[in-house]
Write a protein that binds this ligand. Structure first.
Ligand code: 2AM
Length: 473
């Protein structure tokens, strides 16, 4: 019997997605550039499941029921174009290709156009949840034509994560919208992880909490408003020991984090759209700074500015709850930036994104799943035109309650010389957003003085230039 769909690319994510599909009863044909990988996968992981291997791409295509549905799970970038180029001559009009990798959204826009010209349907699909999500149920963010989605909706709904609000999948928008939303998801993931890492450093270095107390603090956070996958795994990480040395795992792990591009893409695009996302950018830059390990070790020796004598802004016994408050407040500011970016992109690219739906499909399966998404969903359901999450009355009062802790935690971090770029950038975003008048008047004055760039006035319409006294007379 012909396979209902095919999947190309049998790295771990691809393999797990195939197992998820086959486990739900879908008959799947698979193909991998390196045949041996495909053979091993079939032999070791698929006995009893309705999975067949195409030894060549031609064989693979012959195994598929028509009109064909092909999922690509190959490395983002040139590999996707190569695969599409090899595949398209073997396909017929009306066949559907779904790129499920982490492609850049403008590549997806281009491919959608190219394939439409050849009468092939195309979707760019964001898949989040890591290896485990792919196997047990990811959050799926498909973008493309509604008629293409109608063909795969049943499949996606069957394999996606489920919450009490239904399967974590919806057609998020046309063309590159799925990959765009996945990109912002990853940017938020960067920000969230960095905020948590900074909170850990404050608790450990200012608060002197040992690993068991850190585990307890984060487990406690996870029982409240901070409940989320990332907080949960953080609590678990503090409990883990290295089998070789018996030391806590965190002690033996090198403090050098890489970045694969999706966080940076979010920042780059936000800069392009003129939408501030300082906390996402701070997180990307914190990873870049972490990568300069040798330089940091050297600088630590050279720069020995003494620290403040009595650095406490918070009574030590209140530090854990205060950090919890600060983390929650900063997380609100981070997600406010991400949602604002999605709104801006929706307008710029005509994606017609529905923010409450995005919050819903992120609730299960993916890395950023959290209780906060319910708050976000409720806010944008109630007020679809809400200009910024931080303006919703519930969020306003949630932040008002935590403001003193947030500021005190930042003060404590500064006093202890603990670098907290994400936490501080989130606070600066909040303070900047809620300040009707910013010092950009001075920027405008400087620009007008040195370059006659002109300025607007607060008291009348129009464009003005002032004859500045440039010599300081
Ligand atoms: P491989 O096993 O032959 O390397 C993740 O790298 C997945 O993408 C793997 O399944 C890998 O296949 C596949 N891949 C990477 N580059 C590719 C290319 N240029 N053409 C086809 N598949 C590719």
């Amino acid at each position: 019997m012909a396979s209902e769909l095919g999947l190309i690319g049998l790295a771990v994510m691809g393999q797990n997605l195939v197992l998820n599909l086959a486990g739900r009863g879908f008959r799947v044909a698979v193909y991998n550039r390196t045949l041996e990988t495909g053979r091993r996968f079939l032999k070791e992981r698929t006995p009893g499941l309705p999975i067949v291997l195409g030894q060549t791409l031609e064989d693979f295509v012959r195994l598929l029921a028509k009109p064909r549905t092909v999922l690509l799970m190959v490395k983002a970038g040139a590999a996707v174009d190569e695969m599409i180029a090899r595949l398209t001559p073997l396909l017929s009009a009306g066949d559907l290709i779904l790129d499920c990798g982490n492609s850049y959204f403008s590549d997806t826009e281009r491919r959608a156009k190219e394939l439409a010209a050849r009468n092939l349907q195309f979707m760019g699909v964001g898949v989040s949840g890591g290896e485990e999500g792919a196997l047990l149920g990811p959050s799926i963010m498909p973008g493309g034509p509604a008629e293409a989605y109608a063909r795969v909706r049943r499949i996606f709904e069957a394999i996606a994560a489920r919450t009490e609000d239904g399967p974590c999948v919806t057609l998020v928008g046309p063309r590159g919208a799925g990959h765009y939303v996945k990109m912002v998801h990853n940017g938020l993931e960067y920000g969230d992880m960095q905020l948590i890492a900074e909170s850990y450093q404050i608790l450990e270095q200012a608060g002197g909490l040992p690993a068991p107390a850190l585990a307890q603090a984060f487990a406690e956070f996870n029982r409240g408003e901070l409940a989320s996958y990332l907080i949960e795994i953080t609590a678990r990480i503090f409990q883990e020991c290295d089998p070789d040395t018996g030391k806590p795992m965190l002690e033996v792990i090198l403090d050098r984090a890489g970045q694969k591009g999706t966080g940076r893409w979010t920042s780059e695009n936000a800069l392009e759209l003129g939408e501030p996302t300082p906390t996402i950018t701070a997180a990307v830059e914190a990873r870049n700074l972490s990568a300069k390990k040798e330089l940091r070790v050297q600088a630590e020796e050279v720069i020995k500015t003494s620290r403040l004598k009595s650095p406490w802004a918070i009574p030590p016994e209140n530090l854990v709850p205060a950090v919890g408050d600060a983390l929650f407040a900063a997380r609100l500011a981070l997600y406010a930036q991400g949602m604002a970016l999605l709104q801006a992109a929706s307008k710029e690219y005509g994606y017609d994104l529905r923010l409450p739906d995005l919050a819903r499909i992120w609730k299960g399966g993916c890395i950023i799943r959290s209780a906060l998404l319910d708050v976000i969903r409720a806010a944008f359901t109630e007020q679809p035109d809400l200009p910024n999450l931080l303006l919703h009355p519930n969020v306003v009062s949630a932040l008002a309650q935590r403001y003193a802790s947030w500021v005190s935690v930042c003060q404590t971090a500064i006093a202890f010389a603990i670098p907290c770029p994400a936490l501080l950038s989130a606070l600066a975003y909040f303070e900047g957003l809620r300040r009707g008048r910013l010092p950009a008047n001075l920027i405008q004055a400087q620009r007008d003085l040195f370059g006659a760039h002109t300025f607007e006035r607060v008291d009348r319409e129009g464009v003005f230039h002032h004859s500045w006294d440039k010599k300081g007379n």
